[in-house]
Write a protein that binds this ligand. Structure first.
Ligand code: 5AD
Ligand code: SF4
Length: 437
């Protein structure tokens, strides 16, 4: 008898990928996915530990399932992902109704954990096992899928930025061998995927190919039917010349780069243990724009890091004005247990709030300006799904802008030439020109 699995995913794109793989691992145990928790036999929360808010949300979410569990005692409730890794047994202490805790490196063991659950036991695994989880996971089912997919090529981080839990929750940097990545990419393409986003916490430190990430990208470039390649997230120090050059020469590599800098102040970059200066970042951006002048840059920023003065914050504002971002994510510093920065005195909350407000206003102006600048231009859009209005299709341009057109001539999976007619808050309206052969 098939059982129903409800997975809720929080946090980064790697969690989206991991959730797919967990669903596959449990698929072999007779589970199929359902869109609501109400009819589920198992609820799995794939969690994020990056900021306190994200981690605490999990406990309130679990609280909400209490009623369901009371009605259906056989319902299994599991916590996966980075909160599972970081808090382990603490989760069960705080929420005794939790049956399963599985860290991001152990989810290939879900089938055996599920058997333990069936015997009425609790299952907990937050090891960093020697075996490669990717080799143990069931091959992806051959079913058709949408035109875009994530593919994890690297995991973990050795950078140890002073604020960040990732080196602890995801462990040391590990790269998957290029041959395996290529196999998975070909498999995805056979199933209808035309765009692959290579994922890694430090993706550009990828070393599963002699030529690094650039080498892998050039191999993927040769895969027939794969039309677009993206990668995320990169650290400035791992942006080597071959990768910079690929942005200018590899047609399948899209002109969008997420390159977090976190702060524009040398003093704070040092305190954050980012291991690069503001000037080194400027030099890098210049090289990238020399290689690909229309590159759209995206960034991550933290305000209110311990010790950040008004002058440091102004340096961040100045860096943002100098670089110009088409997309960005900005956060108020959140002290995370076990990280070096958590020992330091925090910046007053109202000061941090005010800085975040000012930075976000600047970043959203830049984002809007970059989007508005597309009006009148021709872009190529990979269509992903029907839009909200009749006859509408939505997809992404090379620059990752959401674009919608109203035309009978385009179908999901098409790459079409589109002229941008209008820019609204979070998307662009386009006019269909032609579909690629
Ligand atoms: N507080 C606030 N933001 C953080 N990030 C990582 N750790 C923290 C923290 N402790 C942000 C960084 C990173 C993004 C994924 O999350 O900007 O690039
Ligand atoms: Fe965290 Fe820094 Fe590693 Fe990014 S590079 S995952 S911010 S430690």
């Amino acid at each position: 008898m098939t059982k129903k699995l409800y997975i809720k995913t929080y946090g980064c794109q790697m969690n989206v990928y991991d959730s797919e793989r967990m669903a596959e691992a449990l698929g072999g145990e007779g589970y199929e996915q359902t869109a609501t928790p109400d009819d589920a036999d198992m609820i799995l929360l794939n969690t994020c530990h990056i900021r306190e808010k994200a981690a605490e949300k999990i406990y309130s979410e679990l609280g909400r399932f209490k009623g369901l569990k009371a009605e259906k005692p056989d319902l299994k409730i599991g916590v996966a992902g980075c909160v599972a890794q970081a808090e382990g047994e603490e989760i069960v202490r705080r929420q005794p109704m939790v049956d399963l805790v599985v860290g991001p490196q152990s989810y290939h063991r879900l089938p055996e954990m599920n058997r333990k659950l069936a015997e009425g036991q609790r299952a907990l695994d937050t090891d960093f096992p020697e075996e490669d989880k990717f080799n143990h996971l069931a091959k992806r089912p051959k079913a058709k899928r949408g035109p875009t997919a994530f593919l994890t090529v690297q995991e973990g981080c050795d950078k140890f930025c002073a604020f960040c839990v990732v080196p602890y929750t995801r462990g040391a940097e590990v790269s998957r061998p290029a041959a395996r990545v290529l196999d998975e990419a070909r498999d995805l393409v056979e199933r209808g995927v035309r765009e692959i986003t290579l994922l890694g916490q430090n993706v550009n430190a990828y070393n599963g190919h002699d030529g690094g990430l650039a080498g892998l990208i050039w191999d993927l470039d040769k895969v027939d039917g794969l039309e677009r390649i993206r990668f995320t997230t990169s650290h400035p120090n791992d942006m080597d010349d071959a990768l910079i050059e690929a942005h200018g020469t590899c047609e399948k590599l899209m002109p969008y780069l997420h390159l977090p800098v976190q702060s524009g102040s040398d003093r704070i970059l040092k305190a954050m243990n980012r291991k690069h200066t503001r000037d080194a970042y400027f030099v890098l951006i210049e090289k990238l724009r020399d290689a690909r002048p229309d590159l759209l840059l995206s960034g991550d920023f933290i305000v209110g890091f311990p010790g950040e003065t008004d002058a440091d914050f102004e340096d961040t504002m100045d860096l943002v004005r100098t670089v110009g971002y088409g997309q960005s994510y900005s956060f108020k510093y959140s002290a995370r247990p076990g990280t070096p920065a958590a020992e330091k005195d925090p910046v007053a909350a109202e000061v941090a709030n005010d800085r975040l407000y000012r930075l976000q206003a600047l970043l959203s102006d830049q984002q809007r300006a970059a989007q508005d600048a597309m009006v009148g231009r021709e872009v190529r859009v990979l269509f992903e799904k029907p839009g909200r209005q009749d006859g509408q299709m939505v997809g992404k341009s090379e620059y990752l802008h959401a674009v919608h057109v109203t035309s009978d001539a385009v179908q999901v999976g098409d790459i079409a030439q589109v002229r941008i007619a209008e820019s609204s808050t979070n998307s662009l309206a386009g006019e269909f020109i032609s579909v690629d052969a």
